[in-house]
Write a protein that binds this ligand. Structure first.
Ligand code: ATP
Length: 283
């Protein structure tokens, strides 16, 4: 038997860094939503006690460094499962992009193995496993739209935002999340108005939503990757209703109310960058 799970990418409508905690993590406040760009995870039980990973993307590690491998290993160790699993990852989400691709693969692996091995674990139990793999994994267990706090692992599911088109652009040169956080200057952070974003989503007010997108990491990431600013400027020139960096970058996304606007932004940016995607927010 084969189980298939979709692993969608996310964008941050708001991302705020509140302070550095004593345990070394940063206290975050985020609003994230899933988009219809997804990896596809296929899971098959192996009688041998092995975790085998295949991927369509030659750049992904296929060993214990892969987040899907970590998820399978953690589940096997925690619940003393002696069977193995063959995990096939059809990679569609750009890697190290700020779109939580690896976290979403880990979450999809946890959800899928829960079904394949009839473990009957609740989402809350999967979240407890997920947070041991990465801060974005708990959100990815649920997907959809969420308000996240703590280091990102405390999830409150909220209504979906007004549906719109999203153009994702990933600049060629990546940025390491670690260096962005390491060099953060708290005095210079520009904090988004998360309360207003939550209200805009609740009231399904597209205009207020686009006015209140914000990412406190953007300035720091844009110093390391100047294309972030250039892409944002072009998106606005081509008619985007909002343009923002997702996560710690470097992917920049445009929100557009109409398909024609989104197409204009997509076509305009296609001539500037290789990795451009036209997708929708998920309901
Ligand atoms: P986040 O937004 O959660 O920080 P990201 O989109 O910035 O994630 P990922 O695509 O998850 O970044 O990749 C981060 C690192 O994880 C890369 O160095 C990549 O090699 C590694 N990695 C391990 N497993 C996976 C996977 N299944 N998919 C993508 N990256 C993976």
């Amino acid at each position: 038997m084969e189980i298939i799970e979709k692993a969608p990418a996310k964008i941050n409508l708001c991302l705020d860094v509140l302070h550095k905690r004593e345990d070394g993590y940063h206290e975050m406040e985020m609003v994230m939503t899933s988009v219809d760009l997804a990896d596809r995870i296929a899971l098959k039980t192996l009688e041998e006690d092995l975790i085998v990973i295949h991927s369509t993307n030659g750049f992904l590690p296929l060993d214990q460094r892969n987040h899907a491998y970590k998820a399978a290993k953690l589940l096997k160790d925690t619940y003393h499962i002696k069977k193995g699993v063959d995990i096939s990852i059809e990679k569609k989400i750009p890697i190290a992009a700020g779109l939580a691709g690896g976290s979403s693969d880990a979450a999809a692996t946890l959800r899928g193995l829960n079904r394949l091995w009839h473990l009957n674990l609740s989402n809350e139990e999967l979240v407890l496993l997920g947070e041991q793999i990465g801060s974005d994994v708990p959100y990815c267990i649920y997907g959809g739209t969420a308000y996240a706090t703590g280091r990102g692992e405390k999830i409150q599911q909220i209504d979906a935002p007004p549906q719109c088109w999203v153009v994702l652009v990933k600049p060629k040169k990546g940025i390491s999340t670690w260096t962005v956080f390491e060099n953060l200057s708290f005095e210079q952070l520009v904090h988004p108005e998360t309360e207003k974003m939550l209200l805009a989503i609740q009231e399904k007010d597209f205009l207020q939503m686009v006015c209140n997108t914000g990412n406190a990491l953007e300035t720091a990431s844009a110093i390391k990757q100047p294309d972030i600013k250039r892409i944002k400027k072009k998106m606005i020139q081509f008619g985007a209703d909002a343009a923002l960096m997702s996560g710690s970058g470097p992917t920049v996304y445009a929100l557009c109310k109409t398909y024609s606007k989104a197409q204009r932004v997509y076509n305009g940016l296609k001539g500037f960058c290789n990795e451009v995607y036209l997708v929708r927010t998920l309901k």
